[in-house]
Design a protein around this ligand. Structure first.
Ligand SMILES: *Cc1c(COP(=O)(O)O)cnc(C)c1O
Length: 383
């Protein structure tokens, strides 16, 4: 078998399961959990993440794309799969074939799905999306009086869920979230008054779950909190979440340089003393953000060392002058824990002006995901 370079992502499946069970405990027995596994489970590797969550008790799964839903069926996921994004014209047959549940917020799409279902002699379950303040997808509330009779007339479509999406749930001091809940309660009444009986009503993402009571809802849609990346905000203090991902590599080259040497592209770092520099085989093509130039840190032997100079496509350089016994092949932690030190996704996100979600999603395909603490110690190159 081909031996890959030592740069890899380790996914702790026990931590993943723990985070899922924490969410389940928080929302209680009367509320179902839809596990959001879009974008390759936020970069964590859906092939292993989805089966672990299914075994832990995920009631439904959420993806952004039809393609991602098809992939989940291929992995053997039997639970309802909600396509949180769009179903595009031409994809209706696949929706039927793989028993996927589209989210509807467009009447053209509704008609196309109804026709495809009719031609197949089947019905399609869907969740209706209403825009209560996100300003993105969803029917505006004031359009519902026009929309609902049309949906009612489409006999091959079956509304099994009613949903909306929160815009500022991660800032609990803002009043908008309360207003969105209020608007959603009105929407539930309106939809029911037209004779629909959707069994699921849901609005909360991870921050929504941990920031307020889920009045009127019986399902939640956590994504980032499954992966230990929910940060900031005065969330429920009883909440204990563990990081799932470590991003690691090894020292590939070591060199001694005199004071006054420029290193890496642009010579943005110049040694101020006799220095020792380590080259690590990871770069922006792997998702090591180029904005970490001269400001990222990594862990070696459980201590922090700075990125020296420009992050390259395939390499970073680390100033290890202060580490006496460093050797080629020593482990380097880019993200995650080594001994008592930890580099969190939040720290990394703050440095590059982003959010933990993007840090995870940007770790590219060419970095193998290695799954640890699983029922089987499985390795896989992508997926
Ligand atoms: C991605 C997504 C979520 C999950 O959000 P997190 O903040 O990661 O918990 C929930 N609902 C919808 C509609 C989404 O697209």
């Amino acid at each position: 078998m081909l031996v890959p370079r030592p740069t890899r992502v380790e996914i702790d499946l026990v931590a993943l399961r723990h985070n899922f069970l924490e969410i389940q405990r928080t929302v209680g027995a009367d509320c179902d959990v839809l596990a959001v596994v879009k974008a390759n489970a936020y970069g964590h590797g859906v092939s292993h993440v989805a089966p672990i969550l299914a075994a832990a008790g995920a009631d439904l799964f959420g993806v952004a794309l039809l393609e991602e839903g098809v992939e989940l069926r291929r992995l053997g996921i039997k639970q309802p799969i909600i396509i949180l994004g769009s179903v595009f014209h031409g994809q209706e047959v696949e929706v039927l074939q793989h028993q996927l549940t589209p989210v509807l917020y467009d009447l053209t799409c509704a008609h196309q799905l109804d026709r495809a279902a009719s031609e197949a002699g089947r019905t399609i379950d869907y969740h209706l999306k209403v825009d209560t303040g996100m300003g993105r997808l969803g029917f505006r509330v004031k359009l519902l009086d026009e929309v609902l009779p049309v949906l009612k007339s489409l006999k091959n479509l079956n509304m099994t869920g009613l949903m909306s999406h929160l815009a500022v749930a991660d800032e609990p001091e803002r009043s908008l979230t309360g207003l969105q809940y209020q608007a959603f309660a009105g929407v539930v009444d309106k939809v029911e008054s037209f004779g629909f009986t959707p069994c699921y009503r849901h609005i909360a993402n991870s921050a929504g779950i941990y920031s307020r009571k889920l009045t009127g809802c019986n399902m939640v849609r956590p994504g980032i909190s499954l992966y230990g990346g929910l940060t900031g905000g005065p969330f429920d203090p009883s909440f204990s979440q563990q990081p799932v991902m470590r991003f690691v590599s090894q020292v590939a080259q070591l060199k001694e340089l005199p004071a006054g040497e420029g290193i890496s592209y642009g010579h943005r770092f110049v040694t101020s003393r006799d220095s020792k520099v380590a080259a690590i085989p990871v770069g922006y093509a792997d998702g090591y953000n180029r904005l970490l130039t001269n400001c990222g840190e990594v862990l070696i032997h459980g201590q922090r060392f700075p990125v020296a100079g420009t992050v390259c496509m395939d390499w970073i350089l680390i100033d290890v002058t202060d580490l006496a016994d460093v050797q080629i092949g020593d482990d380097v932690t880019l993200l995650g824990r080594d001994g008592d030190e930890i580099i969190t996704a939040e720290e990394w996100a703050d440095k590059v002006g982003s959010i933990t979600y993007e840090v995870f999603c940007n770790i590219s395909k060419r970095v193998p995901r290695v799954f640890v603490n699983g029922p089987t110690q499985a390795h896989c190159l992508q997926g």
